[in-house]
Ligand binder design. Structure first.
Ligand SMILES: *Cc1c(COP(=O)(O)O)cnc(C)c1O
Length: 227
């Protein structure tokens, strides 16, 4: 039986280069639909709330080869739980939380894969480093030896036209190249986590290595919530 979700996944896969990791954003999505995505080959799921992720991981214990990605706003008091639940944290958005994760990771004996969240344009609705602030924090981030810093994550401000969205993604790639050229021993810039349902094609054109897709795979979350 082919489900609507598996059809969507086949279509999207065909439009995404195989080198780009397709991450299914499953926040507010019931686990039955996540199982359909899994059956269609998805192994990367992203959540934005710790509690919701914990409950889903319990329900999906029989699917052991899932890679879990955290994409939400991370508060200090949830950092330990995030390290216990997630393989990747895309939303490390300030030095304080990076250092907290580093300390906790050492205590727990884990070395999480992380992206640094950047804001290319000012955006009061989003967290993340503005470019000069990130450059100033690199030396301290390089000391976070228990974190495997893999690259940058960004979300463009709402309401930009396509050209401006592309520029945000392109500037993010250029920033990653600039950081990579500085040769920090503990900061790799091999990944760009950028692109959501409405803009992932632009992100891929600009060099995204991971796209985070929710609505286009699972449908609108406000409708899912009524199921
Ligand atoms: C919700 C969310 C997504 C997915 O958004 P869609 O538009 O539904 O694809 C991607 N990234 C982050 C950080 C999100 O919070």
């Amino acid at each position: 039986m082919t489900s609507l979700i598996s059809e969507r996944i086949v279509t999207i896969r065909a439009s995404v280069p195989s080198s780009v990791r397709l991450i299914a954003v499953s926040k507010q999505v019931p686990t039955e639909l996540m199982r359909e995505a899994y059956a269609a080959g998805i192994r990367d799921f992203a959540e934005s709330r710790i509690q919701e992720a914990a409950s889903k991981q319990t329900q999906l214990q029989d699917l052991p080869d899932i890679t879990w990605h955290f994409i939400g706003n991370l508060q200090s008091n949830k950092a330990k739980k995030a390290l216990e639940l997630f393989d990747w944290i895309h939303s490390v958005d300030n030095l304080h939380i990076a250092q907290r994760l580093d300390t906790l990771a050492q205590q727990l004996g884990v070395s999480p894969l992380v992206c640094l969240q950047v804001k290319i344009l000012p955006d009061p609705h989003k967290s993340g480093w503005m470019i000069p602030d990130l450059l100033a924090d690199l030396a301290a981030l390089n000391q976070c030896k228990n974190l495997q810093i893999q690259g940058l994550m960004t979300i463009p401000p709402r309401g930009l036209d396509e050209g401006k969205i592309f520029n945000v993604f392109n500037d993010t790639r250029n920033l990653a190249q600039e950081i990579a050229s500085q040769g920090w021993g503990n900061i790799k810039m091999q990944h760009l986590s950028m692109g959501m349902s409405g803009d992932y094609q632009l992100a891929i054109q600009a060099g995204a290595t991971m796209v985070r897709l929710g609505t286009i795979l699972f449908g609108h979350r406000f409708q899912l919530a009524k199921i």
